[in-house]
Design a protein around this ligand. Structure first.
Ligand code: MN3
Length: 200
């Protein structure tokens, strides 16, 4: 059973007024994410060891193996983008009380969380991701990963929010201004309702 590109949970233009235009979404979802899925399916077809494995299993099997780096990168990016589309909303930016309380408890304040997330996102040299993770110690933390890696691969905990800081995610809307993209994403686009639902 081949991996498939999931449909967006909103229209391509749904985030345009919030700082992510329709063309960004068309390229990012329909072209970039599709390319990761197509490449991953190609690797699975050629490698019997990958046949029938789940996406999580493929990420864990290929993690840290130099000869499987292309498999890991494409599987990781498929996993990351499945989460990313759910991590955004036309009603983004509003934080439910339970998550706000947890963030205030673990970071000191919502602003301190946003500052830490922005520092991670801006400080990721080159392509990668910034994450809000529920750690194995039960505390929220902010992490970053390069390229297609993610908290599943690093074992740092459960990813609640992931922000794509590859240039394809922001260049049409913010050009080279990654800090402005991340601030806008946290304030107007991030789906904190979804993040809260993942705390479990
Ligand atoms: Mn991307």
């Amino acid at each position: 059973m081949a991996f498939e590109l999931p449909p967006l949970p909103y229209s391509h233009g749904a985030l345009a007024e919030r700082g992510m235009c329709q063309e960004t979404m068309e390229l990012h979802h329909d072209k970039h994410h599709q390319a990761y899925v197509t490449a991953l399916n190609g690797f699975v077809e050629k490698n019997p060891a990958l046949a029938g494995k789940s996406l999580d299993e493929i990420i864990q099997m290929s993690n840290g193996k130099a000869d499987m780096a292309p498999v890991f990168n494409n599987a990781g990016q498929h996993w990351n983008h499945i989460l990313f589309w759910q991590n955004m909303s036309p009603q983004g930016g509003a934080m439910p009380g339970a998550l706000e309380s947890k963030i205030t408890s673990d970071f000191g304040s919502v602003q301190a969380f946003k500052d830490a997330f922005k520092t991670a996102a801006v400080g990721q040299f080159g392509s990668g991701w910034a994450w809000l993770v529920l750690g194995t110690d039960g505390k929220l933390k902010v992490t970053k990963t390069p390229n297609g890696s993610n908290p599943l691969a690093t074992g740092e905990g459960r990813a609640l929010l992931g922000c794509d800081v590859w240039e394809h995610s922001y260049y049409l809307d913010f050009r080279n201004r990654r800090p402005d993209y991340v601030s806008n994403w946290l304030d107007k686009i991030a789906n904190y309702e979804f993040a809260a639902s993942q705390m479990g």
